[in-house]
Design a protein around this ligand. Sequence first.
Ligand SMILES: [Zn+2]
Length: 384
Amino acid sequence: MDVVKELKRLIKIKSVTGSEGEIGKYLFQRFKKLGCKTELFEVDKSRFNILAVIPGNVNAKLGLLFHAHIDTVPPYKMKSPFEPIIKDNHIWGRGSVDQKGGIASVITAFENILSEHETLTSGVGFVGVIDEESEHRGSMFLKDMDIHADYAVVTEPSGLKLGTGCKGTMPIKIMVKGKASHGCRPWLGVSAVEYCIKAAGEITSMDFPVHEIKGIGKTRATINLGIIKGGVAYNIVPDECILWFDRRLIPGETQEEIMRDIHGIIEKYNHIPDVYVTAEIARPDWNWEPIKKRGLKPALTDMDSEIVTAVKNAHRSVLKNETKVYFTDGYNEMDFLINDLGIPAVQYGPGDAGLCHTNDEMMDITQLKNAANVYTETIKTLCR
Ligand SMILES: [Zn+2]
């Protein structure tokens, strides 16, 4: 099957986060039919991670592992989310970019290797994980899958640019409780909104560290105050107010240190009568304790790593131009590969990341084909 057909087939299998059962089973069969050693892991009820391997004939450790998430966001108002449409050299459909294009390219690369009867010294693997768009249960489970690999490629869309690292992200919710009273007698109450404003000012004006990334440049930690919510009427002293921040972490930062700093700021308010302040790591869609505890960490692979060189060279040989190497302000699951499994990983995938989660999600067919060829070349470099 060619890579376009491969992607069309994947789009037709609805796999919104929470219902990844069918796509997991499909991928299991698809890779098995290609001739891979294939395994399903039930991570959550009827939701599977899938591992497919072309074994090497010398080393037990894989020379290269491709990683992809198999869930998508909901269709929202997309016109034809699960019946792919081909128009102007693009394939439209939910997941076409995020990130079934990456999966289709890996399937095609594996098919190339197997049909060319390549002898691999070290094996090559593909791991498909559930739940990336929510609580990251699939990648949290990687530790339990007994995967050993020299290098990894996260196949999330990068427009065929080469990402060597990502920031971590930490959703912080601060709740202030005060004491209500009528607006005509404010001295009888304590305004939660006023204390929130003070705390917000202190938190957003903290010193945020900068990290110099070799070969790329400086990156800075940031904070965004996305939500401030409090008060019921203009003439009532508000007794509750919520702040919700998005703190982005650079390499070297941990969420424990950041929470310690936040607590250092808010602690003093707790000594004021009728004021009660709490801070926690919270996201509206996170109920699962293990992910709150672990968090989403920053990750970085060294510029001199062999995986960076291999993908760069493969890109050059297929596209006859140089790929751009970057560090992303966004987050991606290379975090788990680098920080939990100790596998140097990069992000390289087809598609415009700006189209993820939009109603105009569409995959550039040229990029899709190029990605399959770059993956094929990278396998040959690292596994032969
Ligand atoms: Zn994605």
